[in-house]
Ligand binder design. Structure first.
Ligand SMILES: [Zn+2]
Length: 543
């Protein structure tokens, strides 16, 4: 390695001298490597280290969360070799084996891989943590083909329902959901069949269908695991359980609802290893990143992230926290729940039984000498009031709010009892956002735009755009992963004056756009023109 990790991350603007100095001090008592300390302290992530290494060694960075390794590639190298050397075979192109590694300059291992596979070997750079997890998982799945096992359960069910090993089937369905990056599993009864549906990147797909006779056995098995009452089938119930797979625990929240066809069961899967993002890799445009960095380093005021449920607001708030110098500032949070633990930040969680809610938490924070306060959500007048009070008494306050667009936060805050003067003197910025699915880079297809593209996004007819297709890499969905579409509303002096005079949000929006604000649809257009997403997907999410 030509450069040390610390210097590499500094060049990338991820950390500064201060963080390196801090890590060096920490090293005196722990003797860890600098990179390890920076990751442990939440100052950088494994993926960011990999991205920096990729840039330095001029290799491709591979996001393993969005890649399904080919079976043929995995078979080219034995499991023990992959595990011992931490390289993951990804795909074969012509007679060329592409592997993922976190050490692209380890020529010896790459040579060895080439000799064993009898192919030329090329490498992409990926996070060492994800490489390790993927090697375990992918080789396990190579030995235990899920699809075939689930299909054989279905065949058994057709012949004799009782012969199906229901516990085994439950596990297969859970593993398959985890493997497909699903966030939710729906087990939905219809008249003759029960559907196993997974939500992936925000959209539900039906993956398996079983005879309805299997439905109640499957539901009962999961309810028992989650400590729910199986004799009660009429009332809605909640439960939770932890599912272990390859040494990782998946927290599952389960709920049932009686429908006309029987009990419907939904499982939310909470991964223990949520990825932490920086402003840079959220999917924001360059000028947006610059503006937000300034906002997050102001000494006081309010910043809101607005959007519907599931639009990634928490991820953006966490990226904001990372843009704030936690070594110099006292940062306190109240969240519901804490989704990621930051070692250098004092995080607390709402506890309604103990009367610890957003508003009361902020009241306690004010006696803890804070610089920055993060409030999970502003949804009632009391919290809104406390948030504004904190923001007008010398603290930077970050929170989320339910509003459809950035300027929409203004009437929402007024509804919660915030007056024009208080609003104008505290509001710094509102970021409104949605998540759009990214087109699968392996199969997206080019086409020439026409009238619809012009009407919806003002794209001139004849422009080269991309639409979704489908291939094994994206499980025939046409998409892989999601990215942010956002609008950043900055309160300028002029807008501050308009707010104090109670100007109509429509007028305020016009001024903001004149000042260069890109709207959600405008940002969507940028993502369409650069081939990241499709017109249909952007319309689906934005309208
Ligand atoms: Zn594809």
């Amino acid at each position: 390695m030509a450069k040390r990790i610390g210097d590499l991350l500094k060049d990338e603007g991820i950390i500064g001298e201060e963080e390196i100095g801090f890590a060096l001090k920490e090293q005196l008592s722990t003797e860890e490597r600098i990179g390890e300390i920076l990751i442990r302290m939440g100052l950088t992530t494994d993926s960011e280290v990999a991205m920096a290494i990729a840039r330095q060694s001029q290799k491709e960075y591979l996001n393993l969360k969005e890649v399904v390794p080919q079976k043929e590639a995995l078979k080219a190298l034995p499991f023990t070799f992959a595990r011992d050397n931490q390289i993951l075979p990804v795909r074969i192109e012509n007679n060329n084996l592409v592997v993922a590694t976190s050490e692209p300059d380890n020529i010896k291992v790459l040579d060895l891989a080439s000799r064993i596979s009898k192919k030329t070997v090329e490498c992409d750079v990926a996070s060492s943590l994800l490489i390790q997890k993927h090697i375990e998982k992918e080789y396990y799945l190579l030995e235990h083909p899920l699809e075939e096992d689930i299909k054989s359960s279905l065949n058994q069910a057709k012949q004799n329902i009782r012969s199906v090993d229901i516990e085994r089937l439950t596990q297969l369905l859970f593993i398959s959901a985890i493997n497909l990056r699903a966030t939710d599993i729906h087990i939905t009864p219809t008249q003759k069949t029960t559907h196993i549906r997974y939500r992936i990147d925000g959209v539900i797909y039906t993956f398996y269908t079983f005879p309805i006779a299997l439905h109640s056995r499957l539901i009962s098995n999961i309810k028992i695991k989650a400590g729910m009452d199986i004799s009660e089938q009429r009332r809605p119930q909640d439960g939770r359980m932890t599912f272990e797979f390859l040494n990782e625990g998946y927290d599952m929240r389960i709920s049932t609802l009686r429908t006309s066809n029987g009990e419907n069961l939904v499982i939310r899967i909470l991964s223990t290893s949520e990825e932490l993002y920086s402003l840079r890799n959220l999917g924001l445009e360059e000028d947006g990143i610059k503006a937000l960095k300034e906002v997050f380093n102001k000494p006081f005021g309010m910043v809101f992230v607005a959007g519907p449920t599931g639009s990634g607001k928490t991820t953006t708030l966490y990226a904001a926290l990372r843009a704030i110098n936690a070594l110099e500032k006292n940062v306190l949070t109240v969240e519901d729940p804490i989704e990621y633990h930051f070692p250098l930040i004092r995080q607390t969680q709402v506890n309604e039984k103990a009367d610890y809610v957003f508003a009361s938490a902020v009241r306690s924070f004010l006696r803890q000498d804070p610089d920055v306060i993060l409030i999970g959500e502003v949804r009632d007048p009391e919290t809104a009031n406390m948030a504004i009070r904190a923001a007008t008494t010398g603290h930077l306050v970050l929170s989320t709010i339910h509003a459809n667009n950035a300027v929409g936060a203004i009437p929402r805050l007024k509804d919660l009892g915030i007056g024009d003067i208080m609003l104008s003197s505290s509001l710094l910025c509102v970021i409104a956002q949605r998540l759009v699915r990214k087109l699968c880079p392996h199969c997206k297809k080019e086409y020439t735009s026409g009238e619809i593209e012009k009407e919806t996004f003002g794209i001139s007819p004849g422009t080269k755009l991309y639409d979704s297709s489908g291939c094994p890499d994206c499980l025939h969905t046409g998409f892989l992963g999601r990215t942010l579409v956002s609008e950043i509303f900055l309160v300028s002096e002029e807008i501050e004056r308009m707010l104090s005079e109670g100007a109509h949000p429509f007028e305020i929006k016009k001024v903001a756009i004149n000042k260069g604000m890109n709207t959600l649809w405008g940002d969507g257009k940028l993502k369409i023109l650069s081939g990241i997403t499709s017109v249909k997907e952007a319309i689906r999410v934005l309208s």
